[in-house]
Design a protein around this ligand. Structure first.
Ligand code: ATP
Length: 454
């Protein structure tokens, strides 16, 4: 399915709108609408449940977005978080030189290790033209800083530069000692966080896939180096299981082990999903050695050491990182869930087959005939919405109302009719099979709660 189709559908049904739309938008920003916010919140809730709530050795934090600028010197971002950009002088489009070389050479040439001069020479020697206009008139390559800068201070001219965080994980590293102290956890343990990150990407685009502001769901597991490769393998497995359980099929997911590693890393792997734009990274699992905590020890002057209470051994823990973009995963789930179905009678319906745990609304309450059944239906709505998200619709015929719910992925439609008034029973229609069952009203809450559990 085309990405364009998903963008249109998201706009039409209230999943995602263009950011600042009335001002003609603001490129590569997106606003989640009434059903989109529910969907994304549910994605985040499922991740948190799986990796924090159900894991006794993982602790959550919610760290500040603006951090002491020394953090970004220690992490290496101030010095080197940049990409090589070049501009086409003809059409004024901007590109990443390393990506162009890698695409041109079908991944044979690793541009990551090349200097700007080497990249310029390769592009000239191979006559690599502009992917947009076909021209061959390039600017020189310059490093483009990916961190957004802002300033803090009240006196003009005396303001300090601060950064919008480009990754959330530094919030866990700087809190390692605090979390260890307050939880009394023994290594191995993890710190997890869900929060916004900001990157001044050179080539954002493809809807929610690459934006300049996005949410990360990630955890850092602190461990002994001798256990680290087993823990790394375990997170590779758990990360894949998670996205499969969220509704992505195994044949559209694959591991992509990295050949080139950061100088401090022992291993790195992405999980890729087959997006409409091709196989692309969904999440990363990285073995980061002792780099992060060593650097923060050095820059802050606070020893980030763990004291093993059993052996009295003192050491800087090794870190395994698992990080997945909430927006990017939401996009994958939207792409996967959508189906234009031809029914037996030849008619078509659009349906979102979300797993019930992430569906924006769990139940739609529909009075069969407005004047007879709406009072009872509203009563049921008020009661059930104490437990999960419900929606209520009394307009148009029942078939139309089912279609409206199908396209936003509501897994159950509850119809209120004369049987409800006389016998306290309701019919529940299943979104995917379109089959209906009759249930006593007092069993509905448990029935739905059972079905929406993740
Ligand atoms: P990419 O290679 O796609 O730029 P990355 O390797 O820089 O990603 P990480 O820094 O490991 O990504 O971030 C972890 C996750 O955060 C990614 O796997 C992705 O899901 C998400 N992510 C990263 N950058 C963006 C972005 N610009 N927009 C949306 N999600 C992003």
């Amino acid at each position: 399915m085309e990405m364009e189709k998903i963008v249109t559908l998201c706009k039409q049904y209230g999943f995602v709108f263009q950011g600042s739309e009335i001002y003609n938008g603001f490129a590569n920003t997106w606003d989640f609408g009434p059903v989109g916010v529910e969907l994304k919140n549910n994605v985040k809730k499922c991740w948190w449940k799986r990796f924090v709530q159900e894991d006794p050795k993982t602790y959550g934090v919610d760290a500040a977005i603006l951090m002491n600028p020394r953090t970004w010197e220690a992490s290496g971002h101030v010095g080197s978080f940049s990409d090589p950009k070049m501009d086409c002088k003809k059409c004024k489009q901007r590109f990443r030189a390393d990506n162009m070389i890698e695409e041109f050479s079908n991944g044979e040439v690793a541009a990551e290790g090349m200097t700007n001069e080497e990249m310029e020479k390769y592009i000239a020697d191979n006559h690599i033209t502009c992917p947009n206009c076909g021209g061959f008139d390039w600017s020189e390559i310059k490093q483009f800083k990916l961190m957004f800068e802002t300033s803090r201070g009240t006196v003009e001219g005396e303001k300090d530069t601060v950064y919008l965080r480009p990754e959330t994980c530094q919030g866990e590293y700087v809190n390692f000692l605090n979390v260890w102290r307050t939880t009394r956890a023994k290594i191995p343990f993890a710190i997890a966080q869900i929060g916004k990150s900001f990157r001044n990407e050179i080539t954002p685009g493809n809807f929610l896939f690459r934006t300049i502001e996005f949410e990360q769901m990630e955890l850092q597991k602190f461990c002994k180096d001798t256990d680290s490769m087993d823990i790394y393998a375990d997170y590779k497995k758990r990360a894949l299981e998670f996205v499969e359980d969220m509704g992505l099929p195994a044949d559209k997911l694959r591991y992509h082990d990295h050949d080139k590693l950061a100088h401090y890393a022992k291993a790195a792997c992405d999980i890729q999903y087959k997006f409409p734009i091709g196989w692309e990274e969904l999440n990363g699992i990285h073995h980061r050695g002792t780099w992060d905590l060593s650097r923060h020890s050095e820059f802050s002057g606070k020893p980030m050491e763990y004291l093993d209470p059993d052996t009295n051994e003192k050491y800087i823990p090794t870190v395994i990182e698992y990080s997945i973009g909430a927006d990017r995963l939401t996009l994958a789930l939207l792409c996967e869930a959508y189906e234009e179905q031809t029914l037996e009678d030849g008619s078509t319906r659009e349906v979102m087959h979300f797993i019930p745990a992430i569906a924006p609304y769990k139940v739609a309450i529909l009075p069969l005939i407005k004047k007879n059944h709406s009072e009872k239906a509203q009563e049921i709505y008020t009661e059930l919405s104490k437990y999960f998200m419900c929606t209520y619709d009394e307009t148009a015929n029942i078939g139309k109302r089912y279609r409206r719910e199908d396209v936003i992925g509501t897994p159950f439609c509850l119809t209120v009719d004369d049987e409800t008034l006389n016998n306290n029973t309701v019919t529940i229609r299943d979104r995917d099979t379109m089959e209906q069952i009759t249930l006593p009203l007092d069993e509905v809450k448990n029935y739905i709660e059972e079905k929406i559990r993740f």
